[in-house]
Write a protein that binds this ligand. Structure first.
Ligand SMILES: *[C@@H]1O[C@H](CO)[C@@H](O)[C@H](O)[C@H]1NC(C)=O
Ligand SMILES: *[C@@H]1O[C@H](CO)[C@@H](O)[C@H](O)[C@H]1NC(C)=O
Ligand SMILES: *[C@@H]1O[C@H](CO)[C@@H](O)[C@H](O)[C@H]1NC(C)=O
Ligand SMILES: *[C@@H]1O[C@H](CO)[C@@H](O)[C@H](O)[C@H]1NC(C)=O
Ligand SMILES: *[C@@H]1O[C@H](CO)[C@@H](O)[C@H](O)[C@H]1NC(C)=O
Ligand SMILES: *[C@@H]1O[C@H](CO)[C@@H](O)[C@H](O)[C@H]1NC(C)=O
Ligand SMILES: *[C@@H]1O[C@H](CO)[C@@H](O)[C@H](O)[C@H]1NC(C)=O
Ligand SMILES: *[C@@H]1O[C@H](CO)[C@@H](O)[C@H](O)[C@H]1NC(C)=O
Length: 483
């Protein structure tokens, strides 16, 4: 009896010591490297991010990121950035379950038997470390040979001094936009339709190298881009002399902080500077909202200075494409409705191909006859005819009425819209009728009761709610629904 109690007390004490010790280790000792034999599983108590490794300054963490509630990915985060700096290509996401395992055996390996995901760095290193610039590396013990690094696999963010090569792409977190290098430029591309061929992408922004300090030469190989700590995005072909300098706001101002560049969900490329307490916007590739790839949504119009509206002014702002069935093309004999309007222009027209036609009708005709064409825009002045071969997105509104647009909309929309409109209208009439009936009955009652009261006491003037009921609010809503 006595022995048993002592035993369990010792057991308890040991557990307690172990608990305190392990808590202390967790709380105070940052993990600065992972060595061979490391193994970790996701812990259900972490809602968003489970840290596993930190950099020497403890600015960044590497760990498990919970995606969509139940998926797991690997990520590198900074506490003051909502989006991770780096995330393992989300197509490799595993499940957030105790069956999923991350190991380091020379390779960083993630295995998930239930969703049959297995991803590996395919290396034979000795340690996994997180550098003070957020670069995650598999390195050899003896030398500082780097076998694998996260800087080679950027996701939507580029960090100061990280080399962005022509083999890489930045992809926005919604996977709609990408940044790639051309022979002498930086290009941004929007995914405009499903599929894998090249016409799924619309080129919407180009930064050509100015080549002021160095020229691009044939045979010297592809260019690369890199954020220079002096406050610019540089393009380089060889060495450290840039072929282009795209200045950030902090250009040539002595700042002490880290610069990052990020391709964001709206398709803009933005630079941020860590100033010691927060990330400050430091650069924006596209300054005008209407120059973004799709600021107002499908079948809409963006007019500088006055914002978004719909191509078809019968539809409500914010849902210009509401009810338009998704269409790959019009080659299946789909019935179409046509929208024509002046004062429109294709966005990024300098990056789109055009034909020259002698008249507006000739331009439209080319689109009418091509079942893959969704619309055409004709410039009366220049004779340029632009054909859009993907579902219409945001079109640019311009002052010149001679720039004429022709757009195909799959039928079903207008009809559906008007039917919806009709139903709403009928409901409203019914409601108004009801309100009026109630009001009349009420007023009748009041008059009756007042007369009755007037008869009873001579001076009874009681203001009824008659005027309020009649009134403004319901009429305003009728007018609004008509708009
Ligand atoms: C997250 O969920 C959304 C919608 O449920 C889905 O479209 C998306 O592909 C999911 N993402 C991942 C990484 O599983
Ligand atoms: C940055 O993150 C840390 C840790 O979450 C927090 O304490 C701090 O207030 C944040 N700073 C700003 C400027 O948001
Ligand atoms: C590490 O583990 C993976 C998966 O179990 C295995 O395929 C790989 O050969 C191992 N690598 C080394 C260096 O042991
Ligand atoms: C980052 O680490 C490098 C060496 O790896 C060092 O030279 C540099 O000063 C460090 N920077 C900061 C901000 O800690
Ligand atoms: C980037 O490339 C340059 C030249 O190609 C090289 O000197 C430098 O070490 C690279 N930087 C990193 C972080 O890999
Ligand atoms: C990193 O840590 C250092 C020292 O703690 C701090 O001065 C610096 O602002 C931090 N940088 C970032 C990007 O958080
Ligand atoms: C749309 O608005 C324009 C300009 O306000 C007008 O000229 C045109 O007739 C309208 N179209 C429709 C279908 O209401
Ligand atoms: C287009 O140009 C022709 C000839 O220059 C002119 O007659 C016509 O009015 C223009 N149309 C529009 C819509 O501006």
């Amino acid at each position: 009896m006595e022995g048993l109690r002592l035993n369990s007390m010792i057991h308890f004490l040991l557990l307690f010591v172990f608990f305190v010790f392990s808590q202390r280790v967790n709380a105070t000792e940052p993990v600065l490297e992972l060595t061979k034999g490391f193994e970790a599983k996701p812990d259900s108590s972490f809602n968003t991010f489970q840290p596993l490794l930190t950099d020497p300054n403890q600015n960044f963490s590497f760990g498990f990121l919970r995606v969509n509630g139940s998926r797991l990915s690997l990520a590198i985060t900074h506490p003051n950035l909502t989006d991770p700096l780096w995330i393992l290509n989300p197509t490799h996401s595993a499940s957030w379950s105790h069956k999923t395992k991350l190991t380091f055996n020379g390779s960083l390996v993630i295995t998930d038997p239930s969703s049959r995901v297995e991803w590996s760095t395919h290396t034979n290193g000795d340690r996994l470390i997180l550098r003070n610039d957020s670069n995650l590396q598999v390195v050899k013990l003896s030398s500082s040979v780097v076998e694998w690094e996260s800087f080679d696999y950027p996701e939507n963010t580029l960090v100061e001094n990280q080399n962005f090569t022509s083999a890489m792409a930045l992809v926005s977190s919604n996977r709609l936009y990408s940044m790639r290098l051309g022979s002498d430029f930086i290009g941004l591309y929007a995914k405009v339709r499903e599929g894998s061929d090249s016409d799924t992408q619309q080129f919407y922004y180009k930064r050509s190298a100015l080549q002021a300090k160095a020229k691009v030469k044939d045979g010297l190989g592809p260019i690369l881009a890199r954020i220079n700590p002096n406050g610019y995005l540089g393009m380089y072909q060889t060495g450290n002399i840039p072929i282009d300098v795209e200045a950030f706001n902090s250009f040539q101002k002595p700042v002490n902080g880290l610069l990052i560049l990020r391709l964001e969900f709206d398709g803009n490329l933005r630079g941020y500077l860590w100033d010691g307490s927060q990330w400050v916007l430091n650069y924006e590739a596209i300054r005008e909202t209407c120059d973004l790839p799709n600021p107002c949504g499908e079948y809409s119009l963006c007019t500088p200075g006055s914002g978004c509206s719909c191509l078809n002014n019968g539809t409500m702002i914010g849902e210009c494409s509401h009810g338009i069935p998704e269409t790959v093309d019009f080659c299946g004999g789909e019935k179409t409705v046509e929208i024509r309007r002046g004062g429109v222009e294709v966005p990024f027209k300098e990056l789109m191909n055009h034909k020259t036609t002698s008249s507006l009708s000739e331009c439209e005709e080319m689109c009418v006859e091509d079942c893959k064409c969704f619309g055409s825009v004709y410039n009366n002045g220049s004779g340029f005819c632009y054909l859009v071969n993907y579902p219409i997105r945001t079109i640019l509104g311009v002052a010149d009425p001679g720039k004429m647009g022709y757009f195909k909309v799959r039928e079903g929309v207008g009809k559906k819209k008007s039917r919806v409109g009709l139903t709403v209208g009928m409901c409203l009439i019914a409601v108004i009728a009801l309100v009026l009936t109630v009001a009349m009955v009420y007023v009748g009652f009041r008059i009756w009761s007042r007369e009755k009261r007037d008869l009873e006491e001579d001076n009874g003037l009681s203001p009824g709610p008659y005027k309020n009921l009649g009134s403004d609010s319901s009429f305003r809503s009728v007018e609004m629904s008509r708009r």
